[in-house]
Ligand binder design. Structure first.
Ligand SMILES: Nc1nc2c(ncn2[C@@H]2O[C@H](COP(=O)(O)OP(=O)(O)OP(=O)(O)O)[C@@H](O)[C@H]2O)c(=O)[nH]1
Ligand SMILES: [Mg+2]
Length: 330
């Protein structure tokens, strides 16, 4: 693992750190006669579950976005900053583009589509294991056709297919659009990722260092903690439960004995879901808490006392106010 913490000293992310926030950066380095500094925003776009967040984490070398085998894991836009000797690449992980079933889904798809307009390079991720494009991929290809930004086709999960199959699969997806490059990778194993970074860097315009070198994400610490709890719920529950969950960190209290006390509320939509999350004699909630706490301790480097509560908020995924409260910013 490389890099420093998400925001040193546990401070919330600095403001003005939105994608496209051109005014937010410091001046570019590089004196006269030197190679100009390059920078820019790079969107990671694709259907749910294709591995966008896995790629983001692999690129940054730290877990800043949660990952799961359930579609629609990522609900908001997450920035990951990669500093290179002469460049700064700012990756924008987005929610998977899908047919929305509720207000939350609409919001997620809107974020992903809007990001397309705000970046210098688009990486469109598809799954090699699909072998050929499906309706979801074709829909995204149509959206991409309307954007003039350079696009790289990224065929992910090549570890799941025979090496001899990869180029034929990539070719089937390549026919869906105009791409400046095609990269076949395994985000999980890191295969092909350095080559992808080099290709992206070559496409970036001259520009400033937008973020300080020690900042690797715009996610506030509390938001990452909430996501780590949600990630364990995604791993441990099934069917509609994972999607009906929102997590709110009530506060982060650093106590004199060095322990960080973190009360957090898990919101679900129905009593039945609450029962599942609590589990028999509280076993499920205890396991969620145990696993999330370990991840949080690794992130903060201090001991955590995680105090989890479960509450019902009927139909929160269709309520604008609830979405804003749960950090689903637009
Ligand atoms: N075998 C294999 N699995 C991968 C690879 N990349 C991602 N995965 C798995 O694919 C699943 C989805 O990964 P995510 O990174 O959460 O996918 P995502 O595109 O961010 O999904 P959403 O946030 O729902 O849009 C997880 O179970 C990952 O472990 C890969 O290169 N190879
Ligand atoms: Mg994701």
């Amino acid at each position: 693992m490389t890099g420093t913490g998400p925001h040193p000293g546990g401070e919330p992310a600095r403001s003005g750190a939105e994608a496209g926030g051109r005014a937010a950066g410091a001046a570019a380095g590089g004196g006269e006669g030197e190679t100009p500094f390059r920078s820019g925003f790079v969107a990671l776009i694709g259907r749910p579950n294709v591995g966008k967040s896995t790629l983001l984490n692999q690129l940054i070398g730290r877990k800043i976005a949660i990952m799961s085998d359930k579609p629609q894991t990522t609900r908001t836009r997450i920035l990951g900053v990669l500093n290179r000797p002469g460049a700064q690449l700012i990756f924008v992980d987005t929610p998977g583009i899908h047919k929305p079933q509720h207000l939350l889904g609409q919001h997620m798809v809107r974020i992903a589509r809007r990001t397309l307009q705000e970046v210098e390079v688009i990486c469109w991720l598809v799954e090699a294991s699909d072998r050929e494009p499906g309706p979801g991929d074709r829909y995204i290809a149509e959206q991409l056709a309307e954007v003039a930004t350079p696009k790289i086709l990224v065929v992910n999960k090549i570890d799941q297919v025979a090496p001899g199959e990869v180029s034929a699969i990539a070719e089937r997806f390549r026919q869906l659009g105009a791409f400046v490059a095609v990269h076949c990778i395994s985000a999980l194993q890191g295969v092909g990722v350095p080559e992808l970074v080099a290709a992206i860097e070559g496409l970036l315009p001259e520009g400033p260092r937008f973020f300080p070198e020690d900042m690797i994400t715009d996610q506030p610490e509390a938001q990452i903690m909430a996501e780590l709890i949600r990630e364990q719920i995604l791993h441990l529950t099934r069917e509609e439960v994972p999607h009906a969950v929102a997590v709110q960190i009530e506060r982060v209290e650093r106590r004199p004995n060095g322990v960080v006390y973190v009360p957090a509320t898990i919101y679900v939509e129905r009593e039945g879901q609450k029962r599942i999350l609590i589990g028999e004699r509280g076993r499920m909630l205890k396991e969620i808490g145990r696993r999330a706490r370990m991840e949080m301790e690794a992130l903060l480097g201090s001991k955590i006392y995680l105090d989890l509560w479960v509450k019902v908020k009927p139909d929160w995924r269709n309520k604008q106010g609830a979405l804003s409260n749960f950090g689903c910013r637009d």
